[in-house]
Design a binder for this molecule. Structure first.
Ligand SMILES: Cc1ncc(COP(=O)(O)O)c(C=O)c1O
Length: 461
């Protein structure tokens, strides 16, 4: 009996796909909307979560990964023999790694050591070249030693690399304008009244919000961001948002803050009470929504749940020690912090010595009064030129050793070190102290804090 070859074409209803890329979400293949029943205090208002881990590689970022690659191919930036370099908080890297694998573009991703172990390991498992750096969870804009600067450097110096740069690439919000928005409009039959999303690159809220408002201008678009110093991967605090190019608050109706505690507690409730395997930034977005949305008939809310809980197990012991038996306290390793960890922690603690840091407002008055103050900005030249404190000189951290001559002879001269978030300038204080400088401090919170407090930056935009 002859074997008849059966060709099964992509069929969303039967969920048959010719390749994994066929599973990328679109109006014909939307990610699910699920109603929340237990954790919302409403009698009338209906709240739906849009489960983005139903994307083929597990997160909302698959949408932008696919569209940024498509866009770069169309403009000739990506093609045979090219590689991708992209700084990421994890999810964009996972999407780019797999779509890059499928299309023949190997991925290199500089990222923060603070990214949960699961994400770093799975990225490597996907064949990605992972470069671990000291940076904040959602790569800090302007950090010279951070993931963004590193990727920019690679793309500038190595021609076979192309950086898609999700933080400024319009293909990011455009992917949501083309997919997430139309999906939600179709799934709610145009009855949506409120759209809510957590804020990271702001691609999700800007693209989806733009589409929904074009359908009906009175759809409320609400953005939720975490408190300063948070540890929710993928999202940005108010200070970081100030330097996020795709952050367009004039296109949103409201933005509001959720604390770390509130967000992780809501994440736990979503898993335990709603039985929805949502990740921490989903908890954050829901907490924000519940702070502002009214309980009223006809109110239909859709909240983006970007990814699921499984990528965060190793970081939960910080927030839910009760969930982790004593002997599994440290990240993935069994018996707690090593002697080296304790020693390093003590050293970093010493660095917290208040005399070694200066607040932005105190520095502002010092800049005015002091004639011989030396202000050293240790970020990269490129980022320094984008915006820096007037009167500051630029000596990138890695050049400090070679450019000692530019530092004052007088070891008691007042020196203040500055960086993006005030983390690395602290290390340079230690370095200058080892050179004998006695009056050297680091500006607390870095340029982010200086900008947040409204102090002047040059060049003036
Ligand atoms: C887990 C998680 N939540 C929220 C976001 C924010 O999405 P967007 O970058 O579109 O603002 C991201 C983005 O990386 C994310 O990974």
């Amino acid at each position: 009996m002859a074997i008849v070859a059966v060709i099964m074409n992509t069929d969303h209803t039967l969920r048959i796909y010719e390749s994994i890329l066929g599973l990328l979400s679109s109006e014909d293949n939307p990610t699910p909307l699920v109603r929340l029943n237990k954790v919302v205090p409403f009698e009338h208002t209906q709240v739906y979560a849009k489960l983005e881990w139903y994307n083929p590689f597990g997160a909302v970022k698959d949408r932008i990964a696919a569209n940024m690659i498509r866009d770069a191919e169309a403009s000739g930036h990506l093609g045979e023999g090219k590689r991708i370099v992209e700084p990421t908080s994890g999810n964009t890297g996972l999407g780019l790694a797999m779509i890059g694998n499928a299309k023949g573009y190997p991925l290199q991703t500089p990222l923060s050591k603070a990214i949960p172990l699961e994400k770093r390991t799975v990225l490597r498992f996907f064949g990605t070249e992972v470069i671990e750096l000291d940076d904040s969870l959602c790569p800090a804009p302007g950090a010279p030693e951070g993931a963004i600067a590193r990727a920019m450097e690679t793309a500038k110096t190595q021609p076979d690399f192309h950086m898609l740069n999700q933080y400024v690439n319009e293909a990011n919000p455009n992917s949501h304008y083309a997919t997430t928005g139309p999906e939600i409009w179709k799934q709610t039959e145009g009855k949506i009244t409120h759209f809510v999303a957590g804020l990271g690159t702001c691609g999700t809220i800007t693209g989806t919000g733009r589409f929904l408002k074009e359908q009906r201008a009175d759809v409320k678009v609400i953005g939720v961001y975490p408190e300063e110093g948070h540890d929710i991967p993928g999202v940005r605090s108010q200070a970081q948002l100030q330097q996020t190019k795709l952050y367009r608050p004039d296109e949103y109706d409201e933005t509001l803050e959720a604390t770390n505690r509130e967000s992780f507690d809501m994440c736990l409730r979503l898993n335990q009470e709603e039985c929805i395997i949502a990740g921490p930034s989903s908890g954050m977005a829901l907490v924000g929504a519940l702070k502002t949305i009214p309980d009223a008939p006809g109110t239909i809310v859709v909240i983006i749940f970007p990814d699921n809980v499984f990528k965060y197990a190793s970081s939960f012991h910080r927030h839910f020690p009760q969930l982790c038996p004593a002997d599994s306290q440290s990240d993935g390793t069994s018996s707690g912090p090593s002697k080296n960890d304790l020693w390093l922690a003590e050293m970093m603690e010493n660095l917290k010595n208040p005399h070694d840091t200066i607040r932005a407002k105190d520095l502002a008055s010092m800049v005015q009064d002091s004639k011989n103050l030396l202000l050293v900005d240790v970020r990269s030249q490129e980022i320094f030129e984008e915006g820096h404190i007037p009167q500051s000189i630029n000596i990138p951290m890695e050049e400090l050793g070679d450019r000692k001559k530019e530092l004052p002879e007088d070891r008691d001269a007042p020196i203040v070190m500055v960086c993006g978030i005030g983390k690395f300038s602290k290390n340079t204080v230690l370095y200058l102290k080892s050179m004998g400088y006695r009056n050297v401090r680091s500006m607390k919170g870095g340029i982010n804090e200086w900008v947040r407090k409204g102090h002047p930056i040059e060049p003036v935009e």
